[in-house]
Design a binder for this molecule. Structure first.
Ligand SMILES: [Zn+2]
Length: 249
């Protein structure tokens, strides 16, 4: 016997009946988030049903909120609700103790462009973050110079790079192996007499170590012998500044 096709309306009715009940989860920020039913087939072939956040949900946004693109977020949605929008967060910097705003737009950039995990938050203020980045890159410079010096221990550029990074890092953090900077700077200048920055970095190192006379001599020699180039201009300005500070007019 041939089955007669069902009228459209009846089919629609049947379909409606087969729809699972709509579910919602109440969230303090995003309101009633709709959940959608998903199915999953395990390796044994069993079908499992589960509810998942409706990723297309667009809750009404408070003023100054920034809409989130939840599909770009790196976050376990089984444990956390997607970030449908971002709001400015007021935080206290763990380093300097000052209050700062972890802005909505900045959060979007962190979680959707940089791919930071959704539960990570800015714990340092922008100023302390910048300082820390500088410190990290100087430590990297030290590590790279040391690594390459193992292969080319006589390379004046690597020696200068090492001395520079140690000195700058010490100026920022108040610690570092300043004697190592002196050795590297001196060796660079001894190997290549054109590496006059060696005198500058050695002078800076002695200044840090409190050896005023040595610092003065080296900075003075650096100023007297450094070629007048744009490359050296910044160091020369610094050398002049340090000499004034060390009591030289
Ligand atoms: Zn801070």
């Amino acid at each position: 016997m041939r089955l007669r096709p069902q009228p459209k309306a009846a089919r629609r009715e049947k379909c409606k009946k087969a729809q699972p009940p709509r579910k919602f989860e109440t969230h303090p920020l995003y309101g009633e988030i709709p959940l959608v039913l998903r199915t999953y087939q395990d390796p044994a072939g069993n079908i499992h049903n589960f509810y998942q956040w409706d990723l297309d949900y667009e809750p009404p946004m408070p003023r100054h909120a920034v809409r989130g693109d939840v599909r770009k977020q790196n976050l376990c949605f089984s444990c956390h609700a997607p970030m449908f929008f971002y709001l400015d967060r007021h935080q206290t910097c763990i380093q300097c103790g000052r209050d700062f705003v972890f802005g909505a737009a900045e959060q979007k950039y962190w979680y959707e462009t940089l791919g930071f995990y959704g539960t990570s938050v800015a714990i340092r203020c922008p100023e302390c973050r910048r300082k820390k980045r500088n410190e990290t890159s100087l430590n990297q410079q030290i590590a790279v110079a040391k690594f390459n010096l193992k292969k080319s221990p006589q390379d004046p550029m690597l020696l200068l790079s090492l001395a520079e990074a140690i000195v700058l890092c010490h100026m920022k953090t108040g610690h570092g192996k300043i004697e190592e900077a002196i050795t590297a700077a001196r060796k660079a200048h001894r190997i290549d007499s054109n590496a006059v920055e060696g005198m500058f970095w050695e002078g800076c190192s002695h200044r840090i170590a409190g050896r005023v006379d040595k610092a003065r001599d080296l900075l003075r020699n650096f100023l007297a012998t450094a070629p007048r180039s744009r490359q050296q201009a910044t160091l020369m300005a610094k050398a002049t500044e340090y000499l004034e500070e060390l009591g030289e007019s």
